[in-house]
Design a binder for this molecule. Structure first.
Ligand code: AMP
Ligand code: MG
Length: 396
């Protein structure tokens, strides 16, 4: 049986990169950049005044008393200081006037009529001036393709003059629950039925991670109905995420129906608990199909462990290894399978993060997940991993 790492590699090898679309800058937060962004000009683009005060020439400071010849605000074209015993009132963000080489802040100045007195305080050349090009020269690579765009990247792209950005198109995802027993929240439920909760959890996770084009369906464990609905979704979506119907029961029809519809099996089963029956395949017509086991803990674990990283990779996002975090209590792994333990992150007084295990009553017990941040992946057992053992952490 495949290890989680082997399954992850197989998924990566079978994914195709999503197409590029152009978005207005204001819509681009959360998207993955697919072009490089370079500095439009030197940064700062001119000798930028960094304090409100007076701009002067350090060569004219003999008496510490300078005549104010005018004012220059941010956005004004630069004035010229031609006599060294004079100065110009200046505002933060203005271009340093020609002939000046320093700024004295307003708090250190006494105004006496048309004069500004700064006393004997030494004035260093270029003090309070953010000099042109000292952050980066024109043409510097500011943002590389593959960067996920958040607030700083939007501001940087704006500073580079970009009104639109080339980003990965959002995949069209459909989340499909299978099962005769499932009843919608809000509808009357019989004692022998269960709430359809997985699809809501999956959709919430996808939205939280920036995926917006998500459809939803519920199909009964019926071969004809599954064939008709899955066939439709394969024609209309890029990614299918199913839950349920992939185990060994007589009504676990999903693998057979998918293969009949021309979805080639890449793998079925991973040596892991929970989530062993996970199925993954790729349709000849393009879409990727993640069929997750229906037990709610398995569903969410497989989503975070495999589906979210795969979707990020398909959007061209540069791969990132999971954080590695120490556990705060020993964990017993009995089976010779990789083991996923839900955890809540804690931060100690030194600022170190650790993972507190939150065991569940098996893969059906998702009420134990409330308040957890994700899970750690432990190597196959039998083994007891001690307190302090460092494991990769996956966030929900
Ligand atoms: P299955 O993988 O279809 O054999 O389902 C395993 C268990 O998960 C069963 O107890 C199902 O009732 C439950 N289950 C399947 N799908 C869902 C769902 N969408 N929401 C909640 N529970 C589910
Ligand atoms: Mg089922």
């Amino acid at each position: 049986m495949l290890t989680p790492a082997q399954a992850e590699t197989l998924i990566e090898q079978h994914l195709t990169c999503l197409p590029i679309e152009s978005l207005p800058l204001t819509q681009s937060a959360g998207a993955v950049l697919r072009e490089n962004i370079y500095a439009e000009r030197d940064q700062p683009p001119f000798d930028r005044v960094a304090m409100d005060g007076i701009a002067l020439s350090t060569s004219g400071l003999g008496t510490g008393r300078l005549r104010v010849i005018g004012m220059q605000a941010a956005g004004d074209p630069p004035r010229t200081l031609s006599e060294p015993e004079t100065c110009i009132e200046i505002m933060t963000g203005a271009m340093l006037p020609r002939g000046c080489d320093a700024v004295v802040p307003v708090e250190q100045i006494q105004r006496v009529g048309e004069f500004a007195e700064i006393g004997r305080r030494p004035v260093q050349p270029w003090q309070n001036v953010h000099r042109r090009g000292t952050d980066c020269p024109q043409g510097t690579l500011l943002l590389a393709a593959g960067t996920r765009i958040s607030a700083p990247e939007v501001a940087i792209a704006a500073s580079a003059g970009m009104a639109r950005l080339r980003v990965s198109a959002q995949p069209m995802i459909v989340v499909i629950s299978t099962g005769n027993e499932l009843v919608e929240p809000g509808e009357t439920i019989e004692p022998h039925q269960v709430r359809r909760s997985n699809a809501y959890g999956i959709t919430a996770s996808l939205r939280q991670h920036g995926f917006a084009r998500i459809a939803d369906d519920h199909v009964r464990d019926d071969e004809a109905e599954l064939t008709e609905r899955l066939g439709f979704h394969l024609r209309t979506h890029d990614v299918l995420i199913l839950s349920g119907g992939v185990s060994m029961g007589q009504l676990d029809l999903v693998p057979r129906v998918l293969e009949n519809l021309g979805v080639s099996l890449v793998f079925h089963h991973i040596a892991q608990r929970p989530g062993k029956p996970m199925w993954f395949g790729v349709s000849q017509s393009g879409p990727a199909v993640f069929a997750l086991p229906g037990n709610p803990v398995s569903t969410l674990v497989c989503l975070s462990r495999y589906v979210l990283p795969a979707l990020r990779a398909a959007m061209g996002q540069a791969p990132a290894s999971p954080a590695r975090i120490a556990i705060t209590a020993p964990i017993d792994v009995k089976a010779p399978l990789a083991f996923y333990m839900p955890v809540t992150l804690r931060s100690d007084e030194w600022g170190r993060t650790s993972a507190e295990p939150k065991p569940t009553n098996g893969s059906g017990d998702f009420t134990a997940l409330a308040g957890t941040d994700g899970f750690v992946e432990l190597p196959p057992g039998p083994n007891t991993f001690p307190k302090g053992f460092v494991a990769p952490f996956y966030r929900w």
